[in-house]
Structure formats: C-alpha cells, structure tokens
Write a protein that binds this ligand. Structure first.
Ligand code: 4AD
Ligand code: MG
Length: 430
C-alpha cells in the first residue's frame, strides 16, 4: 500500500510503500540507513542485508543524497524518532541515482544557497516555511470569503502608478508601454462599487532599489476594499484578518514551528487582538524619546519601525500620518486636515510594516487636485475618477504583504526565504 510519510504513524505493523527521496544515506556492514522524505514528512528506513534480496541490498548501499527511491517495508515503533516510527525495509528500488549533490551538510553561505534555491527548498527548514506560507495564504482567502468579500483579480499590466512613480517597472506593450502593477487597489475600488466588498490576491511589483531584509521586487499582496466602510471599521477588519491567520498557523503548523525553532509564545498575543493604536505624532514623540533623530513629517523608516515595535508584545496600528508622507488617494481627516485617515500595521519583534491601509478620497475635486499635486498623468486616471462621478461613497481598504507576514510568523531574518523564488535588486535567478 502506497502511503504518505505523514500518515506512517497510523500504519503500525503494516506493509507499506513509500515513494520519495533519500536526503541522507549511510551503510556499514550488513545494515543501511536511508533517511527518506516525500514532501509530507521524514522517516528513517532501516535495511538489513538478511531481510532483502541481493538486488535491493545493492540498491540500498549505492543510494546517494537526493536519489529518488521506492522503498517497501513494515512500519515499526521507534521511540527515538520525532515521528515515533521507522520503516523496516523489505525492498529498495532506485528510480534515479542522483549525481553528487551540491548542497552538503556543512554550512553554506546564503548566496550559494539562493543560487541553488531550486534544490535548497528541499531542506527541512525551507519546506516548513513553504508550508506555513501555504497556510497563511489559505487563511487570507478563507477570512475574506467568510466576511463576504468577492475575489476580483486585478490586472498586472497597468497604464499608471498606484503607489508613486519612483519604483515602477516599465515594460514594452506592443507599440506602447505599460507598467507592472504595484497594487491592485485602484481596480478594487471599481470592483467594490460593483460588488460591495472585493479583494484581490496576487503579485505586485516595485523596482525599489532598497536592499533590505523586507523588500522584494516581486511580492504577493492580499488587498481588500469595501464601500461604505470607514477607517475605524477598516482597522477592525485588518485586526480580524491577522488574528485569524495567526490562530490558524498556531493550530496547524506546530510541526513546522518546531523545525524552525520558532518560539510560538511570542506569536500568541497576536491571536488575542486588542492591537494598540499609536498616532503618528505619538510615534514620533516616542521614537525621539528612544533616541531617534526622526523629525515630524518624516515617514517611519525600517529602523524606526523596529525600535517602536519592540515596545509591544503584539502588532500595533500607527495611524494619522502626515498627508505628504503618503499616497495620493488617502483621505485627509476632516478634523485634522494635515493628517490622513490611514494606518500601517506593524508586526512585533522588530518586523515592522505588514499592512498599509486607508480611507480613500471620495470627493472628485479633491482627488483631481491630489493627482495633479503628485504629478500623475490625469489621462491615465480618467476611468478612476469616474468612480467619483458615478455614485461615490466613503470607502476604505488595505493591503497585506504575504512575505512579510510569513517572515514574522516564522521568525525569519529575511523575506527571501518566504517565497519559492525570490526576486530582488540583485537576484533574478533561478
Ligand atoms: O503600504 P503599501 O505600499 O500599500 C499599498 O500598496 C496599498 N495600495 C494597499 C491598499 O490599500 N490596497 O503595501 C502594502 C503591503 C506592505 O505593508 C508590505 O507588507 C507589502 O505590501 N510590501 C512589500 N513586501 C515585500 N517587498 C516589498 N517591496 C513591499 N512593498 C510593500
Ligand atoms: Mg506602506
């Protein structure tokens, strides 16, 4: 019977077949140990010369690291293995004998590993991260669907900027040019006016020349938009989403967290809610107290976010940024016109911004003025302005970065390990 390794512990005493790869193998005398993985788990197969055919014994002895194999045997209890069971082999077949594997057990530099990303992802840690990413992505979708948001995919080829003109990737588009989308937000503002509430989840592109541990040039973002939703409700929605995914991973990813040696007690407060709210002005005052030379009017840099978030045990909302520090579409607070109705959600433990959200300008004349002030091409935004000509309503939304969320949840140094194939300033391969 063919089984997945993760189910092996339910097959005690059964004869089973495992198809996978041998990530480590050694033999001495008349016994061989094959460490097997199949993408669902890891198990040790013990091959005794006396229990198998001569061909199977030859195969077991010649298995190299990452050879693909089919191993049959009996599932036996083994108290020392994390899985609690091992495989007493009765047959070993090599599907392909792997050439000398470039990744050894010794320490390799990150650049080396990133060059071999296509193979590196087979390691236990990388496999665990990709599984957590999958759970978070699923949790995103599940939450939005439960809240009545309709998935409307936004285009990748776009005629204009959403988040500012400095970091656009320009591509040839027949005889014209286009830009790779920085954000699906403007399109969601249209689809939400059709459906009430909508979201998109897809890649976004920023040609930011920043070489930080938080920046990719291609990343995945879930964005949500709802009509007749104001900023207060918007923040509640974001808090609910983050609580939902943290609960989900705490519930389902304990094996992965053990592999990653993630201290999950640090994640627990985020599952409880009650995220503190800090106004931009309070944040600046606090940072200055903590020794930063930040001035009022500056956007918070990554270092400022790190210092600030270390003061709290759970994510915090920083809200009411100065108009000039943020994107053209954000609505100024009528009670405080130099500040916008926005929030950045900053993750704890120094991870910094994972969400950017705001209420949008719903007044046609003000929006036209802002597009002009930002030096944006009015023609390209004509369709967007229609949304303020035909049934404009107060509306809000946000975007959450998948890779930054995964980096925080997994406790990783850098976002490059959170996506199957990272795209960064100096990396386009493999
Ligand atoms: O704050 P940002 O730029 O917001 C927007 O794009 C809005 N249009 C979203 C909206 O309201 N619909 O980006 C949102 C999030 C960030 O908080 C961060 O998590 C992620 O996207 N992000 C990046 N992740 C990795 N690499 C980058 N270069 C990123 N830029 C933004
Ligand atoms: Mg932002």
């Amino acid at each position: 019977m063919k089984i997945a390794i993760k189910d092996a512990k339910n097959q005690l005493g059964q004869e089973v077949e495992i198809r996978g790869w041998s990530f480590n193998a050694r033999s001495s005398g008349s016994i061989a140990f094959l460490q097997l993985r199949d993408g669902t788990g890891r198990i040790q197969a013990v091959v005794s010369k006396n229990d198998v055919s001569p061909e199977a014994w030859e195969a077991a002895k010649s298995v190299t690291i990452e050879s693909s194999v089919i191993v049959r045997g009996l599932i036996k209890e083994d108290k020392r293995s994390p899985l609690g069971v091992e495989l007493a082999a009765t047959d070993v077949r090599i599907v392909q004998l792997a050439q000398e594997y470039p990744i050894g057990l010794k320490e390799h530099g990150v650049d080396f590993l990133m060059n071999y990303r296509h193979l590196w992802m087979r390691s236990a840690r990388q496999e665990a991260i990709l599984r957590v990413r999958d759970e978070i992505a699923y949790g995103f979708r599940e939450f939005m669907k439960d809240r009545g948001f309709v998935l409307t995919d936004s285009p990748i080829f776009t005629p204009s900027a959403c988040e500012g003109t400095t970091d656009l990737f320009e591509v040839k588009y027949f005889d014209d040019k286009a830009y790779l989308s920085q954000s699906g937000q403007l399109y969601l503002e249209a689809t939400s006016a059709a459906l009430g509430k909508s979201y998109c989840f897809g890649p976004a592109f920023r040609s930011e020349k920043s070489k930080t541990r938080r920046h990719l040039t291609e990343f995945w973002m879930l964005e949500a938009e709802a009509q007749f939703m104001e900023q207060e409700e918007n923040m509640k929605l974001q808090e609910g989403l983050v609580m939902h995914v943290v609960r989900r991973v705490l519930d389902r990813c304990q094996d992965e967290f053990r592999t990653l040696e993630r201290d999950v007690t640090l994640l627990a407060p985020a599952a409880e809610g009650n995220y503190p709210r800090v106004s931009y002005d309070e944040a600046i005052a606090k940072l200055q107290q903590l020794g930063s030379d930040i001035k009022s009017g500056d956007d918070l840099g990554a270092d400022d976010e790190t210092v600030l978030t270390k003061q709290y045990d759970r994510p915090i909302f920083v809200h009411h940024y100065p108009v000039e520090a943020k994107a053209f579409y954000m609505k100024p607070d009528p009670d405080q016109p130099t500040r916008v109705l926005n929030d950045d959600l900053l993750a704890p433990e120094g991870y910094g911004e994972v969400i950017g959200g705001s209420q949008r300008i719903d007044d046609l004349a003000i929006l036209e003025q802002r597009i002009e002030q930002h030096g944006l091409p009015k023609d390209a935004f004509d369709w967007y302005l229609d949304l303020r000509r035909y049934g404009s309503a107060p509306h809000s939304g946000f975007g959450i970065g998948l890779e930054r969320t995964v980096a925080w949840v997994c406790g990783l140094e850098h976002v490059r390990e959170t996506i199957p194939f990272a795209r960064m300033l100096h990396r386009l391969r493999p």
